[in-house]
Design a protein around this ligand. Structure first.
Ligand code: NAD
Length: 332
């Protein structure tokens, strides 16, 4: 029983090989992304295992079905890159890892907030250059500030819990209010109220038709001047050109992004010797108050362990029982 991996990094191989012992699958790894040009690499496999920037559109799914693939296993939580209707049409099951470590992502959102605010990245470099001046490093107390959270599922809730430790007021917008979040003191309000009142806004909703460019020039206009915006969810939630305009006018005073609309051409690679043709990311990186990390919010030992174990278990269960013990993991 063979599983073919796309977009493989050394750590994927390390963790999947380690936890495959009890499953006994044959694992074949490719560094390349899954596209309609790379499906030719798939042979005699029951499953393909994909990550955030592999595109399983209708063409890819049709080609995989013709090669006898029965399962697309996402080794991530988000699933905006898979055409679920097409998978259903071609009788391919799709599974994901819904909650491998919500804390990993929530803690990274906090790391971005603290870095942008207290400028520890700049202080580190300064001190190493024997520059012990504090000029330009002034921050603000997070204690008592209003935090706006858009999407309070697994990650949003973990983030709210962290921020309650700072004695912040937490305003949330979600299509469904979460009782556990309410019990922690999170107040559910409209999207407009979150935008108007929050000092720091953190995005934790999935990317779908309703949320694509939820941050755009109109919603930015509603935000407080000097707001901090954090996105650890998906790049497409933000209209990047609108955000760049707001950074130039100082309406947005801090931006932390772990995800980027065009990230599939950049992230997870060492391009240090290359000329980057994407002028938008270059512009973003030129701002002193923008912090970009390359989709690393999930990247903890605990998360990688859970991702490997749950992905292998998902494939094992789908193959043996045609269903999953964790329903949230089954998409089609
Ligand atoms: P989840 O499904 O547990 O929660 C998503 C929440 O968003 C739900 O409460 C849902 O009701 C809400 N939501 C849906 N549509 C909405 C809308 N239109 N407006 C407001 N809220 C809406 O998902 P999760 O595990 O918390 O993950 C959230 C997202 O984080 C994922 O979809 C994924 O894109 C992203 N993610 C990023 C990383 C990373 O490394 N950067 C890692 C894991 C997940």
């Amino acid at each position: 029983m063979k599983i073919i991996f796309f977009s493989t990094q050394p750590y994927d191989k390390q963790f999947f090989d380690q936890y495959n012992d009890s499953f006994g699958f044959e694992l074949e790894y490719f560094e390349t992304q899954l596209t309609s040009q790379t499906t030719s690499l798939v042979n005699n496999a029951i499953a393909v295992c994909v990550f955030v920037n592999d595109k399983a559109d209708v063409n890819v799914i049709k080609q995989l079905a013709a090669k006898g693939v029965k399962i697309i296993a996402l080794r991530c939580a988000g699933f905006n890159n898979v055409d679920l209707a097409a998978a259903k049409q071609y009788d391919i099951k799709v599974c994901r890892v819904p909650a491998y470590s919500p804390q990993a992502v929530a803690e990274h959102a906090l790391a971005m907030i603290l870095t942008l605010n207290r400028k520890t990245h700049k202080a580190y470099n300064r001190v190493r250059e024997q520059n012990f001046s504090l000029n330009g490093l002034i921050g603000f107390d997070i204690h008592g500030k209003t935090i706006g959270v858009i999407g309070t599922g697994n990650i949003g809730k973990a983030f709210c819990k962290i921020m309650t430790g700072f004695d912040c007021k937490i305003l949330a917008f979600d299509v469904i209010a979460n009782k556990e979040a309410e019990a922690m003191g999170v107040e559910y309000v409209s999207l407009i109220e979150v935008l108007q009142q929050a000092d720091i806004i953190s995005l934790h909703c999935p990317l779908n038709e309703q949320t694509r460019h939820i941050i755009n020039s109109q919603t930015i206009d509603m935000m407080k001047k000097g707001v901090m915006l954090i996105n650890t969810s998906r790049g497409g939630l933000i209209d990047t050109s609108a955000v760049i305009k707001a950074l130039k006018s100082c309406h947005i005073a801090y931006l932390g992004i772990d995800v980027y609309e065009q990230e599939e051409k950049l992230f997870f690679r060492d391009l240090s010797q290359d000329i980057i043709e994407d002028d938008t990311i270059q512009r973003l990186m030129s701002f002193p108050n923008v912090l970009v990390t390359a989709h690393q919010a999930f990247f903890t030992k605990e998360a990688l362990t859970q991702i490997a174990l749950i992905t292998l278990r998902n494939i094992h269960e789908l193959n043996n029982e045609g269903n999953l013990s964790t329903q949230a993991a089954l998409l089609v």
